[in-house]
Design a protein around this ligand. Sequence first.
Ligand code: NAI
Length: 472
Amino acid sequence: MRRIKDKYDVIIFGSGPSAYTSAINCANSKLKVLCLDNLSSTLNKGVLPGVFTHPNSLTTICFSEGVNCYNDLINNINGIEADNLSFSISRIISRKNQYIASINQTYHKNFKELGIDFFNLSGKLISPNAIEILHQSPTLKIQTENIILATESIPIGISCAPIDHKYIYDADTSFNIGEIPNRIGILGAGIVGLEFASIWRRLGVEIILLEAQESFLNIVDNQISREAYKCFTNQGMELRLGARVTSTKIINKKVHIEFQDNDGVHAIRVDKLIVASGRKPNSRSLAAPEANLLLDENNFIHVNEKCRTNLPTTYAIGDLNMLGPMLPHKGIAEAFLVSDQIMGKQGPSVNYETIPNVIYTYPQIAWVGQTEQSLKSKGQKIKIGISSVSPKTHKYSPNSLKAFVKVIACAESDKIKGIHIFAHLASELIAEATLAMEFSASTEDIARTTHAHPSVAESIRNACQHMIIQKT
Ligand code: NAI
């Protein structure tokens, strides 16, 4: 039986993507590491439960793959014909569980091989160099040289729609709806709401999205969000903007929802409601008051550009801090930054300008860098190149856009300022865009780079060439 030691070089709170990346990096440099997570995992008792703290990423991908495959078959794509097809939600859930469990076991094995101590326990920071293990008698205090807080985020609850896991689900649990309902309501048409809507809609479920804001997906480039709105409504999603949910009730096994828009109060009935109203940092009870860890009014932990908190040897990474978007790969980048600092290496800071964003809808939306509207609002002179995404056609067709790539560059220097993609493989294509921006590429650099033909990837090159063609 493993025992917690009295002293470590690094103690990490959490076991999600940013936590395990930090743990593995530090242990690779022979530091003694303790990793704590108090989540209980039903799938794999005691095994890095934090792998589930970003369930939407892995789980959405698992679900999407199954649903895409099913859709290709029912729509006879590529000439494949199949009869009597059915979709088993329980099988897809068990495949998803197996997939996550296998990732989990791999990390757990790595932890063991590197001598990282992992315990499914709650800890609390009591000073810059000490933590307390909670619910132990007598209380256990452990000394450490460094602390990394990486407990990620949790869904923001909303009092008018209390989660009961039977009719009303939050983003972290909605994949446990073990059947295909007729009608699902989704509160919030943000990233998470749209991902759920896209999956369930492709399984034939009637979807109604209720979004309090008047505008649709305003973090995305406006041209992409307009095209996405058209595309998703054509797919049969009912998107109600300016619709604020004000109350919910369960009557006769249905969720009765009241929402308010400019025309007044309306009522609808759905089989299930998914609440996707945003996430908040999971920072509650992480530190005792006497530790003096500084949090802001929204419970984000205050950090400098190196992710260092107001306590010199304590770091907060991933969704816990306000630097950049709430994305697992942002947390992973910060994990590298922080473990480098602990090992005394002076690595470069995280470049928050080049963090790729992906919305796993169908088609996907992905982008890196700035949008046309934000650049124009800053008065910057820009030029734009657009290409449709199709391995078969290579026409520049900005007037009949469906799937497309949009490249925005500085009109004077030609340096790329943003790349925005609305296409099935956007999550893969965005890697080239991110690399180009990280290396400060110009559109000419990409236009002169040979891409495989025919391929989906050449659409980024085509968008850059579109600018050159426009110029001549
Ligand atoms: P979000 O903030 O993007 O969207 C929540 C929406 O709910 C807002 O548009 C808000 O207006 C609406 N809302 C709130 N209360 C409402 C009410 N009473 N009635 C109607 N609408 C209401 O939050 P979301 O989608 O939950 O995502 C949270 C964070 O998680 C994002 O910041 C994102 O970075 C991250 N995330 C990203 C993923 C990805 O990149 N694929 C996947 C999962 C999470």
